[in-house]
Every structure is written in C-alpha cells, then in structure tokens.
Ligand binder design. Structure first.
Ligand SMILES: *[C@@H]1O[C@H](CO)[C@@H](O)[C@H](O)[C@H]1NC(C)=O
Ligand SMILES: *[C@@H]1O[C@H](CO)[C@@H](O)[C@H](O)[C@H]1NC(C)=O
Length: 396
C-alpha cells in the first residue's frame, strides 16, 4: 500500500474502491478525487467527524504548536494562525485543560476552521461547540455557513463574559441549510497584538432541529424548551444561546434572545429542571432576555403560565423574573436555596395589539455561591399561553 498521508487514514475504506490501478500516482490521484466528492460527512445529532480534534496534524505539519498545513487536521480545513493544543499545555502561568479528550485548537488572529457537511436542504440545524477564552481581552467568534441565500449573514458571538466555573462555555448557533452540502466556518475576526491570543475550540457538534408545532393547549411554540441545541453528554456547563439572535439563527425554535447577553440552555442530566428534560436559565440579569411574539386578538384576555425555579447549582438568593406581555408587566419573586425547586406562576393580560411580544428576564444579577464568580439566575420552563373565555375566573 502506498504511504498514505495521515489525514487520509480515515478514508481507508474508500481507498480499496478507488485503487483500481496499480500505478501509485494514479492511485493518489483517484484518492484525491474520492476525497473531494466524499469528504462531506452527514451528521444529524452529535459530534462532527473529528469534531473533538483528537486526530491532529503530523509532526511535520506543525511548528511548535502552530499548524502549518491547510489540511493537517483531519476533516478540517484551516486558515490563519491555528495552534493545536494538548491538554495540560502551559501558557504563561495558565494551564489549559481540554474538556473532551486531550486536544483542542486555538484560533489566532483572523484564523478559521471549516468543515463540509451533508445536510438536507431547507431544514434547520444547530451547531454547538465548546470555547475557552485564553487572553483577557474581548474575544469574538464569527460563525457562518455557505452557501447562504442571504448576504452578510453570519453570527458574531461575543466571548467576553465567562459563565462556567471551569473556563469552558458551550455556544450554540442555528442556520437553515441552503444547499445539500454546507461548509461550516468558525472564524476569529480578532486582530490582537499577541497572535497566540484567541479562543480555544473543542467539540463541534451538529443537531437537526425540528420545527415544533403549537400544541392545542398553547399559543406558544416550544414553550417547554424541549427542542433546542445539542447538549454534550459529558459537559455540565449547559449551552449558551448567544445574544441578539433572531429567529433564523436561534437554536431554540420559536424563541429569540433579544438582549445583550446570552441565556443558558440546560438539561435534566446535569441540572434540576422544573418540567421535562430541558429548560433555560436567565444567567445575566436584565441583560439576558428571551422572548416570543404571538398573534393575539385586540381586547381578548390571555393567561400566561410558567414555572420559575433554580437548577440546584449553588445559585442562592432572592430572585425575580420579570415578565412582559406587550406593555403589561409582572414580577415573580423566587427564593432560591440553590438546591433545586420551582413554583408555578400566572400572568393574565389583555391584548392591545395583533401581535404581543412575551418577554422574560431576571431582575437581578446573581452569582454562584461556590466562589467561582460565575453568573447564574432563575430557571424558566413550561411556558403556556391560552386565551381566556371566562376572564373573571382568571382575574379573581
Ligand atoms: C464572518 O465570516 C464570513 C465567512 O468566512 C466572512 O465572509 C465575513 O466577512 C466574516 N464577518 C466578519 C465581521 O468578520
Ligand atoms: C390587526 O389586524 C387587522 C386584520 O388583519 C387589521 O385590519 C388591523 O389593521 C391590524 N391592526 C394592527 C394594529 O396591526
């Protein structure tokens, strides 16, 4: 067998199909052809191929930690200043610890990583990946997919605020597939003096999102937050839904995050949630808001019910969830002992418009009582909106 470059090893099964000639050169050529037509993977719920970067460059494709060849990291195409980092790597007086496996990549100034994925055109997908900030400055990531029928359509995700206790946060971003195959790109648009600054990335996963229907007893979509981005089974820090995310890039179908800071998507495997398997945590006070716009009939009375609780993550104190329905507002206090619990709340309002925006936010900033300094807040779940036939019964 010819000496196959390491990045191609995962294509070995293909090689036997392609190796129809005995000439080495021809074989290599055919392999190359096979790669260009076969490299796009198809993932509907889980890690992308080599999404945890455990397969790395050959030593000859690295200079120190810097990756020197475009296709050196199997399944990925890189550009710019990319470092391949082993868990335990020391930077200054900081030891970098990788959440999944032993390796991660660091995106320096203007660096990007890309992977082609087979998708079903027209459907919605959500990306989830783990990120760690390495330098103190404001870091951002630019997430995009191509082809894209909308021009200038990418997500700039701010990494400024760290939410988890261990330095790693997971972020999610959604997109509609505008072709049968898309190229997913994560790019650091930064231009810092120190090229070794820039976020570390690990574990890139994809999930096909369904478009939840409004159930009979609820005017809201996905009111229980059961549909949402991929959550890593081995990560207990939840998934951040980034700020300023409109419907078409929001990985929580039906909802949008129209605030300056993220909201956290949590699951019952790692947190206490009031209902079902998933919920959201309003982690950044008034700066993290989640909302949904519903069709309403002017002068009709509506009842909004929901659960407010805590995730049993040492988030202790007096909390208040503010709820807006158009211009109407109410506040729901919740006393958290940080051990998991919840209460039901109800808000009755009269619609004054054809469309009413329902918004939830947390009045106060709360920090975990574990000395990590990480932000936390009340949990929201099981949100239902119904129109009320007999208002007197509800207003009483
Ligand atoms: C974001 O990435 C896309 C695709 O690489 C690029 O076209 C776009 O210019 C980037 N946007 C910013 C603001 O860096
Ligand atoms: C509400 O909808 C009705 C019927 O579609 C329309 O005539 C009216 O202009 C709308 N009102 C507002 C405030 O949008």
């Amino acid at each position: 067998m010819p000496n196959i470059p390491r990045p191609l090893l995962h294509l070995l099964p293909l090689l036997s199909i392609c190796k129809s000639t005995t000439m080495y050169r021809a074989t290599v050529l055919l392999v190359t052809l096979c790669i260009t037509s076969q490299i796009a993977s198809s993932v509907t719920d889980g890690l992308l191929p080599n999404g945890d970067f455990e397969q790395g460059p050959r030593p000859s494709e690295m200079k120190g930690t810097v990756v020197t060849a475009k296709n050196a990291i199997p399944n990925w195409e890189i550009s710019g200043f990319i470092e391949y980092i082993k868990s335990g790597h020391k930077q200054g007086d900081m030891v970098l610890v990788v959440p999944a496996g032993a390796y991660a990549v660091r995106l320096g100034n203007e660096a990007s990583i890309k992977q082609r994925v087979k998708v079903t055109q027209g459907l919605f997908y959500s990306l989830t990946f783990n990120v760690a900030r390495t330098c103190a400055q404001e870091e951002k990531l630019n997430v995009s997919v191509s082809p894209n029928s909308e021009p200038r359509d990418w997500g700039i995700l701010p990494m400024q605020t760290m939410y988890s206790s261990n330095g790693w946060d997971a972020y999610a971003w959604a997109f509609q597939a505008d072709g049968p195959e898309v190229e997913i790109s994560i790019h650091n648009p930064g231009v810092e003096e120190d090229a070794a600054c820039g976020p570390l990335i690990d574990s890139v996963a994809l999930k096909l999102l369904s478009n939840p229907k409004r159930p009979k007893d609820n005017l809201l979509k996905n009111g229980n937050f059961e549909e949402g981005p991929y959550v890593f089974p081995n990560a207990d820090w939840g998934v951040l839904v980034p700020p300023n995310i409109e419907d078409d890039h929001c990985p929580l179908p039906g909802w949008m995050v129209d605030s300056l800071k993220a909201v956290k998507y949590i699951d019952s495997d790692h947190f206490t949630v009031p209902e079902g398997k998933r919920a959201v945590e309003l982690v950044a006070g008034k700066e993290s808001a989640i909302s949904q716009v519903v069709k309403t009939t002017i002068s009709k009375i509506y009842a909004l019910t929901f659960s407010v609780g805590d995730t049993s993550n040492s988030c202790v104190g007096s909390m208040v969830v503010e709820v807006y329905a158009g211009k109407d507002k109410t506040q729901v206090p919740y006393e958290s002992n940080g051990k998991g619990g919840f209460k039901h709340a109800k808000f009755v309002f009269k619609a004054i418009s054809n469309h009413t925006r329902i918004t939830f936010l947390s009045s106060f900033y709360t920090m975990k009582s574990d000395n990590s300094g990480s932000l936390c807040g009340p949990v929201l779940d099981d949100v239902k909106l119904v129109s009320v036939r007999n208002p007197r019964r509800h207003l009483a």
